[in-house]
Design a protein around this ligand. Sequence first.
Ligand code: PNS
Length: 160
Amino acid sequence: MKVIYPGSFDPLTKGHMDIIKRLSSMFDEVIVAILNNENKCSLFTVDERKDIIKEEIRDEKLSNTYIYSFDGLLVKFAQDHDVKLIARGLRGVTDYEYEKDIARVNSTLYEGLETIFLLSNPTYSFVSSSGVREIAAFKGDVSAFVSPSVEKKIKEKFNY
Ligand code: PNS
């Protein structure tokens, strides 16, 4: 069985990676789908995000995990890949309130599409990409939130 794990991943955090590893052990194939939402607030380009995730997947030896990017609607991407299962991580009730509506919209647009939720590891329940971007912009220490290789790329970007 295949599952799609969509997101912006700008940048990939330890929380995302924990979910990817868990999905990789639960499903035959995991498709990490990066939303191509480049704008002036993006930290990394989609290609850079792809490379970062590829490197982590290789280091973790997740041989059943593949990286794609997509534009437009997630349901279109799911249809194109013939996958009817989406996975999202939930850090708390705020995520749930937001995610449940998106899941219902998606299943309305694509009949039979299911969204499953994995509770985030409590260690990472306060970690967000937007938080990492803000800390990075002020040249702060992001090591608790991202892997050493992502930290290195952030430091290169912000010259610190
Ligand atoms: O990591 P994020 O930014 O929380 O991921 C959000 C994402 C990419 C899963 C979501 O914004 C998405 O699926 N966007 C694609 C556009 C879409 O399908 N919208 C319809 C649902 S309202």
